[in-house]
Unconditional design. Structure first.
Lengths: 382, 382
C-alpha cells in the first residue's frame, strides 16, 4: 500500500453542505484538488421539479419523451440555469502512455499513442468525425505521452510524465504526478466555465489503458480481475492471460487501499485517467454537465465519485461499452448509459453521440410549443 | 373475415428473384402495390463485405464502432452506392383519425389530431425540434384526418378518408381506402428517389392510433391483446379496460386472417399506418434506407414485412418504445432498435434521433482516415 503525503492530511470528512446528504468527501493534501472536492454539492430537487412542470405544458403526452426529459431536468439542475445554453460543446481527448504495455497487454504498439494524437489533430480520427457531426469541438491534451511533441500546434501541452511506470511491478505514478494530472483536468474545467462552454465530454487515447481501467474497478469494487478484464483493442486469448496476470500482480504488489481513491489512482491509474477524474471534478465544481465516454473515461469517473458521491449528479454516462468491466463501473456509480451501440473505441466517440441526444432533451425544453401556445386541447391525463 | 378483391387475385407467390431466398411475396389486386412488392430484393452480402473491408482499414481497432459500422454497411448495401449521400433527409409524419376513438380509448380528444398537424406545420411540435436538431426536413401528410384543412400551405394533401371507421364493430377501412393509403406512401417514396433523398424516417400523428397498432400485432403474432396493449398517451386503468375490450371485439367481429396482411391492415389499421406501410415498401423498392419510429410506425413496418420478408433488409428500427407491444413487433420483424430512451411520443421523434446516429455510421465510412493515410501502425489483430 502506498502511504505518502495524504496519510496524515487526507481522508474523509462529513459533507453536511447540502443538508439532506451527510456524505463523506475524500480529501487529498493538495489545496486546489481539495477546494474543488469540497465545493461539489448534490443537485437541488427543486430545479428538477420546476423543469418537469415546464415540460408537462409542452404539446406531448406527459413524460412521453422519457430520458430526453430527464436530461433536460438534469442539465437545468446542474447549470442552475432555466435556459441552459449548449451552443458551445467540447470533448477533451486526454492522451497518455502506460508502462504496463511492456508486458504485452495491447494489440497495438506504444507508438500508436502519439501517432493517433497526430491523427486527431489532423481531423481524421473517429472522434473528429463524430464530433464534427454533432457540432462539438475536440481538444487533444498531452498529459502523459512518452513522446516529445515539441511545439506541436493545436495540441494542449500539459504533460505531467512521459508515460506511467509499469503498474504490475509498482505504483504507476507518484502521488505528485497523480495530483498534477488531476489538476490538469480541474484547470481545463475552469477554463470551460470562463469560456461559457455548456456541455463537456471526456475522451482518451492511450495504448494499454484498458489494463489500468480494469485494475481500478477490480480494486475499488473488490472484483476478481477476470470479471472485469476484456480484450481491449482486440487481443488474443494468450494476450488476455498476460493482461490478467499483469493486473493480478499490480494488485498484489501495490496493495492499493480500495477505500482510498487517490491511492488506487496513483498505483493503478494513468495520467489520462487522472486528468479525466480531474476534469469531472472540475466540471461538477463549476456546474458544467459532463458526458463520460466509455470504459477508460468511466474509470476516471469512478475515482471521482469515490472521492465525492455528489459528483454522480453531474455525470451523464454516454454509452454501454462492450468492455465487460464497464457495467460494474456504471452500477457502482449508479448511472444508466444513454446509448448501447456495442462500441469500444474510446477517444470520446460515445460521448460525441450522447451529447447530441442530451442537447436534444434541452432543445425540447427550450423550443417546443406549449398546449396553450399551439392551441392544442389538453388530455385527461394532464 | 374480409374477403374482397384480393381473395382471387391476391396471395403469396414464391420469390425466387434473389436466388438464395425462396421467400413468398404477398400480392394485392393493385398493380402499383404489386409491382412495388415484387421489385423488393434481399440485400447482397457482397456490399456488406466490401464495406467491412473498407472500415477495417480505418484508424480504430477492428469492429470497435459496433453498430455504427453495421449501419454504414447496411446503408451502402441498401443504396447500392459505395459513398451514400445522406445530406437530404426527410421524415414523413402521416396524420389520420380513428373511428375507435368513440369508444373512449384515448386520453386526448379527437380534435387534437388536426390541432397537432397545425402545431407541426408551425414548427412547434417535438418532431420539429428533434428534426431541426439533426438537419432533417419534416413533411406532414394528411392521409386520413377527419378535418377539412382547405388549402392549408405546407401540408401534403393526400386524404383517402375522413378517419377510419370504428374497428371494434367492423372493418376500419375498405380495401380501396387501404390500397389508396398504401399508394400514398409508395408515391412519396418515389418522389424521394427523384429528389435524391438519402435517408427517410417514418412518423405519425393520430389520436387513438395505439389501439389499431396493438390490434395488428395481436392478430399477426397471435398474441392475447392484454400482452400487447398499453396506456398509449397515458390512459387510466378504466380506459385501458375499454381499449382492451375494443381490440377484443375488433378481432372477434372482423376475424382478420393473420396470414393475410392486407386483410389485417384493412380491418384493424389506420390510414396513417397503411401509408407508413406503403412508404416503407416504396423505400425498399427504391433502395432508400428507411428509419421506422416507434409503436405505430412499427405496426406499419410489420405489415410491410409480412407482405415481403425482404423489406426487413431496408429497415432501421429507431428505438424501443415504452409501449409493451412494441418489442413483439421488433422480435417478429427481427430488428434491434438503435435507441432505448423510454420514449413513446411518436410523430417520428425516435426516428429523428436515430437518423443522426445512422448518418454518423456513414460518416465514419466516408470521413475517417485509414491507417495508411494517418501513418498509424497496425495492431496485431488487423
Amino acid at each position: 500500500m502506498l502511504q505518502p503525503a495524504f496519510e496524515n492530511n487526507g481522508g474523509y470528512m462529513d459533507n453536511l453542505l447540502t443538508g439532506n446528504h451527510s456524505e463523506k468527501i475524500f480529501l487529498t493534501s493538495d489545496s486546489t484538488v481539495d477546494a474543488t472536492l469540497s465545493s461539489i454539492r448534490h443537485l437541488e430537487p427543486e430545479l428538477f421539479r420546476q423543469t418537469k412542470i415546464r415540460l408537462d405544458k409542452k404539446t406531448k403526452p406527459l413524460g412521453s419523451l422519457g430520458m430526453l426529459e430527464e436530461f433536460a431536468g438534469k442539465v437545468v439542475a446542474i447549470s442552475g440555469k432555466q435556459n441552459p445554453n449548449l451552443s458551445k460543446k467540447v470533448i477533451f481527448t486526454f492522451a497518455g502512455d502506460h508502462g504496463v504495455v511492456e508486458e504485452g497487454v495491447s494489440a497495438f504498439p506504444k507508438e500508436v499513442t502519439p501517432q493517433m494524437v497526430f491523427n486527431i489533430l489532423k481531423g481524421g480520427a473517429g472522434i473528429n468525425v463524430l464530433a464534427r457531426h454533432s457540432g462539438i469541438e475536440v481538444r487533444v491534451v498531452d498529459v502523459g505521452v512518452d513522446y516529445d511533441f515539441g511545439n506541436c500546434p493545436g495540441l494542449l501541452h500539459r504533460k505531467v510524465a512521459r508515460g506511467t511506470r509499469n503498474l504490475s511491478s509498482g505504483p504507476a505514478m507518484t502521488v505528485e504526478e497523480c495530483i498534477a494530472a488531476l489538476k490538469v483536468g480541474i484547470e481545463l474545467a475552469s477554463e470551460c466555465r470562463d469560456e461559457g462552454i455548456g456541455l463537456v465530454g471526456t475522451g482518451e487515447m492511450g495504448i494499454g489503458n484498458t489494463t489500468p481501467s480494469s485494475a481500478i474497478i477490480a480494486c475499488i469494487a473488490g472484483l476478481a480481475p477476470e470479471k472485469v478484464t476484456h480484450r481491449g483493442t482486440g487481443i488474443s486469448d494468450q494476450a488476455l492471460e498476460i493482461k490478467l496476470g499483469a493486473i493480478r500482480r499490480g494488485l498484489a504488489v501495490n496493495q492499493p487501499d480500495p477505500a482510498n481513491p487517490l491511492d488506487v489512482l496513483t498505483c493503478l491509474g494513468g495520467c489520462e485517467i487522472a486528468a479525466i477524474t480531474g476534469l469531472i471534478l472540475g466540471c461538477a465544481a463549476n456546474r458544467i454537465p459532463v458526458v463520460v465516454d466509455g470504459f477508460i473515461s468511466t474509470a476516471g469517473a469512478l475515482v471521482a465519485t469515490e472521492m465525492n458521491r455528489a459528483v454522480r449528479d453531474y455525470i451523464f454516462a454516454a454509452h454501454q461499452s462492450v468492455e465487460v468491466g464497464h457495467r460494474y463501473m456504471l452500477e457502482r456509480i449508479g448511472c444508466r448509459p444513454v446509448l448501447d451501440l456495442d462500441m469500444r473505441l474510446g477517444e470520446g466517440t460515445g460521448a460525441a453521440l450522447a451529447m447530441h441526444i442530451i442537447e436534444a432533451g434541452v432543445k425540447i425544453l427550450l423550443e417546443m410549443a406549449t398546449f396553450e401556445q399551439a392551441g392544442v386541447s389538453i388530455g385527461d391525463n394532464s
